[in-house]
Design a protein around this ligand. Structure first.
Ligand SMILES: [Fe+2]
Length: 430
């Protein structure tokens, strides 16, 4: 037996680092003093622009007030592309910057992490660092990540996700880089910056949290230090996502989801992910749809797929989601967890199948200031046999797939993908 085969059941676990963090209402106002403390002088701010809010302006002006020089790159696209990262690297080098700030959700944070790694390697293409710990130089520029969503957790994780547009243009490739050296220097999670997030994105980001929490809870890594955070994040999401979505100015809802984001990411950071994320990455690669939206659609199908190897764990998830599981068998409680997830998805107004996603409703770069160059001509989601095949193949090559609770093959995963495309969620309810 080969060593990699022996390692497949993950006998040796690894705990990956977290950055320091400031959490709570008003935390973003500390960015100037914190940046000075970290030695920032001239900072490249990376963001999508967050059109419709004054968040970027507020933070940039606050940094300038504290004497920092600021260069702005506000063209990060949703599902950040390799060219976003490399354009930012060029700007950083040309302007002689010494530090980074990212403002936004996962796209801005991830592009920024990729840019830091590239800068540390003299501007090498970010795509060279796909995979696990490919970074060779531990010294990259310091980075403060300011979150304006509650989903990604990228501000505290060792992962960043980039779309490689340099391969076959008909088959773009979205990959995860896990890198202990990409971890930010300081994370800022301020729920008051989350007030401006539109309702549909709030709902979708919430399902990214539920995926980040539930995937490590049932993962084959079975990493004890992750399990407590995973359950707590599931509980917080079940308690707060509806309020955060429908009452956007409710501080309790926004703050609850910000904490859920933070600890869910700390759960998957060492506890692993699964094929909710792999399906999500594949659909984004082909259609540039929102990561959280993709997770939400895939989640019930993947839970149903994984349940036979983890009924007990799903029963525990049910209890955290508010189900009274007393008197239920594990199988009954696991089914109730799935029903609770579908109820939550419906309550926050998320489409139930990929073919229901309307291109105009979920436009690619809605809050961004930059063009979505690569996907200008992307079609609505097809969901036909050829589409299901290419998505399934992308899933099997994803770095998140080995952690999935159940072993994945083309034949076992394809029906899960197909159901996500066109299947009826009611079929999953016993
Ligand atoms: Fe995610």
């Amino acid at each position: 037996m080969q060593v990699d085969e022996l390692l497949k059941p993950f006998p040796i676990k690894e705990f990956h680092p977290f950055p320091r963090a400031l959490l709570g209402p008003g935390a973003h106002e500390l960015i100037g003093p914190e940046a000075l403390k970290l030695g920032f002088r001239k900072t490249l701010v990376m963001t999508s622009g967050l059109r419709g809010s004054d968040t970027v302006h507020k933070i940039v002006e606050s940094m300038k007030y504290h004497g920092l020089d600021v260069v702005l790159y506000d063209k990060v696209e949703s599902n950040p592309k390799d060219y976003n990262v490399m354009d930012a690297v060029t700007l950083y080098q040309e302007q002689g910057c010494d530090s980074f700030v990212s403002i936004g959700g996962g796209s801005s944070h991830d592009a920024c992490k990729g840019a830091r790694v590239s800068v540390a390697h003299d501007g090498r293409n970010v795509n060279d660092f796909e995979g696990f710990n490919k970074s060779e130089n531990p010294k990259n520029p310091p980075h403060i990540a300011v979150s304006t969503t509650a989903g990604t957790g990228s501000e505290t994780s060792w992962a960043y996700v980039i779309t490689d547009t340099t391969t076959d243009p008909d088959n773009p490739h979205k990959y995860v880089a896990f890198d202990d050296y990409c971890v930010t220097t300081l994370a800022i999670d301020d729920p008051t910056l989350y007030y401006d997030c539109p309702m549909d994105y709030t709902a979708q980001c919430g399902f990214d949290v539920l995926a980040h929490a539930s995937e490590p809870y049932v993962s084959r890594l079975n990493f004890e230090p992750s399990l407590g955070n995973a359950l707590r994040a599931i509980r917080l999401t079940a308690q707060h996502l509806r309020t955060a979505t429908w009452n956007p100015l409710d501080l309790g809802g926004r703050e609850g989801m910000m904490y859920a984001q933070y600890i869910a990411a700390q759960a998957f950071n060492s506890g692993g992910l699964g094929i909710i994320h792999s399906i999500s990455h594949a659909v984004s690669a082909f259609y540039d749809t929102h990561h959280g939206l993709n997770n939400a659609i895939a989640l019930p199908r993947v839970w149903a797929f994984n349940m036979p190897v983890a009924y007990r764990r799903f029963a525990e998830i049910a209890a955290e989601m508010g189900v009274d599981t007393h008197g239920m068998t594990d199988v009954q409680a696991a089914d109730a967890a799935l029903a609770a997830a579908i109820r939550l998805l419906r309550d926050v107004g998320i489409p139930e199948r990929f073919v229901d996603v309307k291109q105009d409703t979920y436009s690619k770069n809605r809050l961004g200031t930059g063009p979505t160059k690569f996907y200008e001509n992307a079609s609505v989601i097809k969901g036909d046999d050829a589409d299901v095949d290419r998505i399934t193949n992308h899933v099997l090559g994803d770095a998140c797939t080995p952690g999935n609770a159940k072993e994945c093959t083309f034949d076992t995963v394809r029906p899960v993908v197909a159901h996500s495309m066109t299947g009826d969620l009611d079929e999953l309810l016993g």
